[in-house]
Each structure stands twice: as structure tokens, then as C-alpha cells.
Design a protein around this ligand. Structure first.
Ligand SMILES: *Cc1c(COP(=O)(O)O)cnc(C)c1O
Length: 386
């Protein structure tokens, strides 16, 4: 039979408790409520960390953007798709992160592929990736021509040894890129940004951080990892705390120019909708000004940690993401189902997204949750796991 594996692979997912299905959320964004198959749930799976999705001023900016620029860029950036809205958004991001240049993409996934593809031009490039890096970084790195090494999660000593080995193997002139995530998507912990930046400098390497989960949340103005050190290249998506869609890469002039000339992902793709760029500009202005959103995440997260039973293993972090490690896939699913029956939507994250035996509940605490939500969540989790 043609493409037999399609059926057998899916059947295998089911026997391993790894089967995935789409669920349709049938209500327009209303704070933290989601409605699935007619039942309403409190959502603790959303990446709308700052609670900005549906914000009246962002909605208004989107409408204004549509009136000014239409709904579509109508071509790639290098043809006629690059609008004033894109340029203005790029300028705002450069100021916010204190970076010379910025380039927009339609998704974080494609921005990561673009960056690794561009820098992995040949085998003289060496990429060093944290083992917990996002799928799009791993795919980008391995699809490039670079030599790829992965270091254990946040293991600075091991990374230093790998870099030193490259330095000693007569490849001192090689091009080295250290890549990690500002805040890791599946457990919420942070990269050791300062140490990574120092290590990069001393080995003449560049540091690349994917700030998908840091942007908006980390830093006094939500500027992410660049609030700790000067990061050579930063990527962040607009689809999480920024509450629109698309992504950016912030870098120096030379890399910007190179990507505009050689990045296939940039050149051969329609520019993001200029109306979305206009709305994103508004969202970023709100993110910088409204400190209370970040403070709320910290307060509610502290409360959550304090209310959980002592026997529950919580990875404590400064981000919105809080992982409760369960271990076994089946048990993680069971706990998540129990919580669903109590009106709490919280996804069980299972392999291959996370390592075998580290299945977990990934709780996201957002600025639009309240104390009552958190108390109810902790109470239900305590019961479900006990
Ligand atoms: C979500 C995510 C991406 C992908 O961004 P999209 O804009 O959703 O394509 C990339 N990296 C990390 C770490 C992410 O969490």
C-alpha cells in the first residue's frame, strides 16, 4: 500500500498515549475562558501571558491598519510587500531592545529556520544548541550545512569544553554560534544569559537567543533577554505575549543586509500583513508602559507556588510558565483529564515534546488571571495528584 506508514505511525501514537488531536475553541477571546464542545473552561494553557489578546486599543489599531493598508502585504518584502507599518514596527523594536536592525517574519518557526539556514552556509559554521531548544531551532540547525553540537540543558561547563575543543582543532577561524532560549517553553526556566554572553565573547562566538517566552514578560520594559546582556541576535514571536502574529529577528546591520540578500525564508515568502504590523506596534507600546501586567504574573505565580501541596514537584521560575513534572505519559494524561472535569484546561505535555519520563502539566499564569482562579487551580491540582 502506498504510504503505509501514515496509518501505522498514528496507531502507534495511540498505543503510546501520545496521540494528538485538534480541539476547536469556539469562542472569541474573552479573558481566560475557553469553550470546547459547548463546555466552558478556565484556560491555563494559553501563551497570552500579558493578557493582551482582545485588548481594545490593539483591536482598534488592527482596524485602523486594515483601513490604511488593507489586509494583505500582497507580495514579498523585497518586491512591494514592505510597507510603512513594517518599517515603523521595526524601528520601535530596535529602540525597545537597543539593537541596530530588525527584520520581520510571518512566524517564529520560519525566523528560526531562516537564521540557522543563513548562518549555516557551510561546514565552517559550528552551532552549539542547548538540548532543550525549540523544534524550529533544531530543525533549522540540522537542515543547514553547519556542524551541530548540543549541550546539556543550561550546562555552561560542557558548552565551554565543546567550544574549547573547536578552538583547539585548528578551526580557530571557524564561525561559532551559541543558541539557546531566553525562557524555555516547557519548564519556564531561564537561560544563564550573562554566562552565555561572556562565554560567547571569550570564544569569539555569537550568541543567539530565542525569546519567544521572554519577550514582554522578562525585563523592566518587557524587552526580554536583552535586559541582562547585549545579545548578538535575538528572535521573538508576536504570537505569545505580544498577542498578534509573526516574529522578528534583531541583529546588527551586516547580518540584516545578508538576510535581506540571501535568506530564502525571507525573500520567497509574503510579508506579514501590514495591519498586523500596525496592531503589533500598539501592543509593544502597551507592553513597555504597563508594568502591572508583569507584576501581576509574579504575584499570582508566587501565590500558586505557596498553595501547592508539599509533595508536588514544581519548577519555580520568573516567567509565566510553571511545570509540574509527573513523569509517566499515562498519569500526566489522567491528571489533565481530571482537571478538565473540574473545568480547568491545562495540557499534558508528553514526549517527543519533552524527554521520556518527564511528562508534565504545563501551567501558564497570565496577567488576566485572578487570585480566585489561582486558588481554584491549586486546590484542584492538589486533589488530582494526591
Ligand atoms: C512558539 C515558539 C516558536 C515559534 O513561533 P511561532 O511564531 O509560533 O511560529 C519558536 N520558538 C519557541 C521557543 C517557541 O516557543
Amino acid at each position: 500500500m502506498t504510504f503505509d506508514f501514515i496509518r501505522t505511525d498514528v496507531e502507534e501514537q495511540k498505543t503510546k498515549f501520545r496521540y494528538r488531536q485538534l480541539v476547536c475553541n469556539s469562542m472569541a477571546s474573552q479573558g481566560n475562558e475557553i469553550v470546547i464542545k459547548g463546555k466552558s473552561y478556565l484556560n491555563f494553557s494559553s501563551n497570552d501571558y500579558l493578557g493582551l489578546n482582545g485588548h481594545a486599543q490593539i483591536n482598534k489599531a488592527l482596524q485602523e491598519g486594515v483601513d490604511k493598508f488593507g489586509t494583505c502585504a500582497s507580495s514579498s518584502s523585497l518586491v512591494t510587500g514592505y510597507h510603512y507599518a513594517h518599517q515603523a514596527l521595526e524601528e520601535d523594536i530596535c529602540q525597545w531592545l537597543n539593537k541596530p536592525k530588525c527584520l520581520l517574519f510571518t512566524s517564529g518557526f520560519s525566523a528560526n529556520l531562516a537564521l540557522f539556514h543563513a548562518l549555516g552556509k557551510n561546514e565552517h559554521s559550528h552551532f552549539y544548541l542547548d538540548k532543550l531548544s525549540h523544534a524550529s531551532m533544531i530543525d533549522g540547525a540540522y537542515q543547514s550545512k553547519a556542524k551541530v553540537k548540543r549541550f546539556n540543558h543550561n550546562d555552561i561547563d560542557q558548552l565551554a569544553r565543546l567550544l574549547t575543543r573547536t578552538d583547539h582543532s585548528a578551526l580557530a577561524s571557524s564561525n561559532k554560534l551559541i543558541a539557546s532560549e531566553g525562557v524555555f517553553s516547557m519548564d519556564g526556566c531561564q537561560a544563564k544569559v550573562l554566562q552565555l554572553a561572556q562565554l560567547a565573547k571569550s570564544h569569539h562566538a555569537w550568541l543567539y537567543l530565542d525569546d519567544a517566552h521572554s519577550i514582554g514578560v522578562i525585563g523592566n520594559k518587557g524587552q526580554g533577554s536583552n535586559s541582562f546582556a547585549n545579545i548578538d541576535i535575538t528572535m521573538a514571536t508576536f504570537g505569545k505575549a505580544v498577542a498578534t502574529s509573526g516574529a522578528f529577528l534583531a541583529c546588527d546591520e551586516n547580518l540584516h543586509e545578508y538576510l535581506v540578500n540571501f535568506s530564502r525564508h525571507y525573500i520567497y515568502s509574503t510579508a506579514m500583513s501590514p495591519a498586523i504590523a500596525w496592531a503589533t506596534k500598539k501592543s509593544i507600546a502597551l507592553i513597555q508602559a504597563e508594568h502591572w501586567r508583569r507584576e501581576k504574573i509574579s504575584e499570582l505565580s508566587a501565590l500558586f507556588g505557596a498553595l501547592l501541596a508539599d509533595n508536588i514537584e514544581l519548577v519555580t521560575t520568573q516567567s509565566s510558565i510553571h511545570a509540574i513534572i509527573i513523569g509517566d505519559e499515562k498519569k500526566a494524561l489522567m491528571v489533565s483529564e481530571k482537571l478538565k472535569s473540574q473545568g480547568i484546561w491545562l495540557t499534558a505535555i508528553r514526549p517527543p515534546t519533552v524527554a521520556v519520563n518527564s511528562s508534565r502539566l504545563r501551567v501558564t499564569i497570565c496577567a488576566n488571571h485572578n487570585t480566585k482562579d489561582i486558588k481554584y487551580l491549586a486546590e484542584c491540582i492538589n486533589k488530582a495528584i494526591a
